[in-house]
Structures are given as structure tokens and as C-alpha cells.
Write a protein that binds this ligand. Structure first.
Ligand code: HEM
Length: 444
């Protein structure tokens, strides 16, 4: 009996996926047709909105869950073709099989550090374990409650209180709280907050978003990297020359150096810090803005998040914020390269051969909307298990800052959500970049 129930409910989900794909195709066509005459740029802009990305993935999950093309869509890295992987179980498979699907960032990481790799660019190796372990001793999970949340909450509250009628969210809040973490928690606040925001943002853009290999962007990123390296080298040598008592990440790194830990010479500290700083600033800011944007589009969810903020119910607030972010995660795909000829989803009808050198785009946005893994994925729900969320990677290279993100993003948004009259005054303005640069909301 249970087998029969399982069979028919599985069939129903699959039929639902087919029907949803037809609906998504019709809506997409209606969205795309008017933009066809407006040129390629407009078409790409339409196709890359979070709603339309979700529609494309709805079609692929139903009709071609593992699409393998001989065409290279990512030109910033050597590759022989492209595979797009859209179902939850296959995205997990790709991100779990590090030996077959490897990270590709190493050459760019070496450019950023002017020499060494950073652990996100490494394969599973002794060096990877050494560096991650060192950084986990310096950036401790217990800091989240003890240092990071109080610091972020205080900074966010002060920044929102300083605005009376309206606030430009990235410029006046979501970029500035991460910058406060750089100075107050890491001990590497930079020559100025603006410099740290600008450097980390352009380096992040070059490392992770520029899939086309833009020469001008590379030049800007490498000049930011040189300036950031100089700053960190000086910060390390000055701190050694004039030690401080503060319990920040830099001081912990220097204590580990004194203890003779491998990988913690000045250069090792600098290169690890540069990688962490790049991961911290633009990501936290964009995640806050995108979650807020999604909440503002949903009056009932916004009211729920505002009530949770007012009641200081941080767990419920986080449930609203991360469900909102599920609809528009900052990275809809995570990319890897096949190290050998291999197969994805072996022994299933969606099994595909993936030739060596193929760039494999594991679509985490799609995974979070796969009805075969996620209950009622199109619904906005605040009671999903945390395992339904793939907001910052998965597997060995899953985000180093995961616990920080989970704690800090709701704290940054909380004082804003406490404003009863919160409403948008316009769309997110990315000012020609991939990141939210302006997003003005009214506070009352
Ligand atoms: C909402 C904020 C964030 C998002 C969306 C995000 C996203 C991601 C993603 C998708 C990955 C996996 C990349 C891959 O597998 O190719 C990753 C890894 C990483 N992230 Fe984050 N991140 C965020 C915040 C942070 C913060 C705050 C830090 C620093 C404290 C950080 C540092 C890192 C590092 C070092 C890795 C590499 C981990 C490894 O290789 O083991 N990230 N992040």
C-alpha cells in the first residue's frame, strides 16, 4: 500500500512539474517578446531577474534537468562546454563530488594575493585543511553570540536611528555594518570604510561574478588587490611593532604565529585575511538588500517580519528573512569544472555524461524550488527545515561565514523592520554593477 501511495504521489508531483513548466514558458514568452526588439542587453536583463530565473529553472527541472551543452557559456575560465544542473539531488551530488567537480578559482586567487592560493581555490588537500583550521581558530563560532551579533546589532541600530525619513539601504546600512565588523571584529578596518567597501566589492566581482572575463574589470580588481595587500601588510607589521590587547581576529592570528603554527607567517595571515574580507562585505550587503526587497514585495510576509522584529523574536525574524532570500539568493548558481569524463545522476532517466573540462553550473536557486525535494516550493513559508536552504553553497567549500550570515543578516535588517511605515521608494539600483548600490526606503 505504502508503495502505491508513494508511486502516485511521486507521479502527481511530476505531472505538477510538467504543468508548471508550461505555465512558466508562457509567462516567460510574454515577458521576453516585448524586449526582443530592445536588444540583447535588455533581453539579458529580463531573463536574469530572480522571478524569470526561477521560471527558466522550472522549465529545465521538468524537461531537461541536467542540460549538457558543447557551447562555452563561461569564458573567464578554460572549459570545453557547459552543464546546467537543476534538481536538488543533482546539485548536492555535484557539490559533494569535489574530486570530479573541482573549484576553478585558483588562478584568480593567485592574482589577488600576488602568489598564493586561498582555500576557496584549493582542492581537498593538506594545505586546504591547514588554512581552514587556522582560520576557524581565529574566527570562532562562539564569537557569533559573543562578539558579532552585539557589534552588528549596535551598528545597525545606530545607523538606522541616524536617518529620519528615509534611508538608502546599501549606502547607509548594509555595506556599513560589514565594514564595522572588519574594524571591530577583524581588526582590519582599512585606511577608510569606503576603501574597504570598494576594494572588497571589485575583487569579489572579478573573482566570482565576471564569467565573461572582462579585461577592464580585471585591471580594476588587481589594482584594488594591490592596495588591499599593501594595507594588510602594513596593518600586520604595525600591530607587531605596537601590540594591542584587543581580542580581534588579527591579534588571534598573531598569537597563533607566535605559537609557531604552520601557515601563519605574515604572508599566510595576510592571504587568509584578504580571502575572508572579500567574502564578507559585498555578500552580506547584497543578501540583506535582496531579502528586504522580497519582503517588500509581499505585504503579509513583511507584516510578519515586522511583528517578529518588534517582538524581538530573532528566530521568527530569521525565518522570514531567509525564506525571502530563498526567492532571490545572491548566487543562483555555484560553478565547478569536471576533472574527468564522468556521469551525473547515474542510473536515473536524467543521467547525463559530462566530458572532462565542462563547466558545471550547479543551480542552488533551482534546487531550493525543486518540488521533488522541497514542500510547496512556490509558497512563502516560515517553517521550513534549514536543510531546505542552499543560500551560501554546500559541501566542502560551503560558506566559511555560514554561522555569521545566519546571525548577522537578520540583525542588520531588524532596526529597519521595526519601522512601522517601512515601504520602498523605488527599485534596487545597481548602478551598472552586479551589486545593489542604492535602494531607498521610507521609514515612516
Ligand atoms: C550572505 C552572505 C554570504 C554568501 C551569500 C556567501 C556565499 C558563499 C558561497 C556560495 C560559497 C561557496 C562557493 C563555492 O563553493 O564555489 C562561499 C564560500 C566561502 N565564503 Fe561565503 N558567503 C557569504 C558570507 C561570507 C562571510 C561573512 C565570510 C567571511 C567570514 C565568507 C567567507 C567565505 C569563504 C572563506 C568561503 C570558502 C569556504 C571554503 O572553501 O571552504 N562568506 N560563500
Amino acid at each position: 500500500m505504502a508503495i502505491l501511495v508513494g508511486f502516485f504521489s511521486g507521479l502527481a508531483v511530476r505531472l505538477g512539474m510538467l504543468a508548471a513548466s508550461l505555465g512558466a514558458a508562457a509567462t516567460l514568452l510574454a515577458r521576453i517578446l516585448p524586449s526582443l526588439s530592445a536588444g540583447k542587453g535588455r533581453l539579458i536583463a529580463v531573463l536574469t531577474t530572480p522571478e524569470n530565473q526561477r521560471r527558466v529553472f522550472t522549465i529545465l527541472r521538468a524537461l531537461s534537468p541536467n542540460l549538457v551543452l558543447s557551447r562555452r557559456l563561461v569564458t573567464a575560465y578554460d572549459s570545453t562546454g557547459t552543464a546546467l544542473v537543476t534538481r536538488f539531488s543533482d546539485v548536492v551530488e555535484v557539490l559533494d563530488r569535489d574530486a570530479d567537480f573541482a573549484v576553478v578559482y585558483e588562478p584568480k586567487m593567485r592574482e589577488i594575493t600576488a602568489g598564493s592560493n586561498f582555500f576557496l581555490g584549493m582542492q581537498d588537500s593538506a594545505e586546504y585543511t591547514r588554512d581552514v583550521s587556522n582560520m576557524r581558530l581565529a574566527v570562532r563560532r562562539s564569537d557569533v553570540d559573543g562578539i558579532v551579533i552585539p557589534l552588528a546589532a549596535e551598528a545597525a541600530t545606530a545607523l538606522v536611528s541616524a536617518c529620519s525619513e528615509q534611508i538608502d539601504v546599501p549606502q547607509q546600512l548594509t555595506l556599513r555594518v560589514p565594514a564595522a565588523l572588519l574594524s571591530g571584529y577583524f581588526g582590519t578596518g582599512g585606511p577608510s570604510e569606503a576603501a574597504m567597501i570598494a576594494w572588497t566589492t571589485v575583487m569579489f566581482w572579478y573573482l566570482f561574478i565576471d564569467l565573461a572575463g572582462d579585461a577592464a574589470l580585471r585591471e580594476r580588481a588587481l589594482s584594488a588587490a594591490a592596495a588591499c595587500r599593501d594595507y594588510l601588510d602594513t596593518a600586520i607589521s604595525q600591530r607587531k611593532a605596537s601590540p594591542t590587547e584587543g581580542d580581534d581576529v588579527l591579534n588571534r592570528c598573531l598569537r597563533m604565529q607566535d605559537a609557531g603554527l604552520p601557515g601563519m607567517d605574515d604572508l599566510g595571515i595576510r592571504n587568509n585575511l584578504i580571502g575572508l574580507l572579500i567574502g564578507l562585505v559585498p555578500t552580506l550587503s547584497e543578501a540583506c538588500v535582496q531579502a528586504l526587497d522580497q519582503l517588500l514585495d509581499r505585504p503579509a510576509a513583511l507584516a510578519g517580519a515586522q511583528a517578529a522584529a518588534q517582538a524581538n523574536d530573532d528566530a521568527m525574524l530569521a525565518a522570514y528573512v531567509f525564506e525571502a532570500l530563498r526567492f532571490a539568493p545572491i548566487n543562483p548558481i555555484i560553478y565547478r569544472r569536471a576533472t574527468r569524463d564522468t556521469v551525473i545522476a547515474r542510473n536515473t532517466l536524467r543521467q547525463r555524461r559530462v566530458p572532462q573540462g565542462t563547466m558545471v553550473l550547479a543551480a542552488n536557486l533551482s534546487a531550493m524550488f525543486d518540488p521533488l525535494a522541497i514542500a510547496a516550493p512556490q509558497a512563502f513559508r516560515t517553517n521550513r527545515p534549514w536543510s531546505a536552504y542552499m543560500l551560501w553553497g554546500y559541501g566542502m567549500h560551503g560558506c566559511f561565514g555560514a554561522h555569521i550570515n545566519r546571525a548577522v543578516i537578520p540583525q542588520i535588517l531588524k532596526p529597519l523592520l521595526k519601522q512601522p511605515g517601512l515601504r520602498r521608494l523605488g527599485p534596487i539600483d545597481r548602478a551598472g554593477t552586479p551589486f545593489p548600490v542604492h535602494f531607498t526606503v521610507s521609514l515612516g
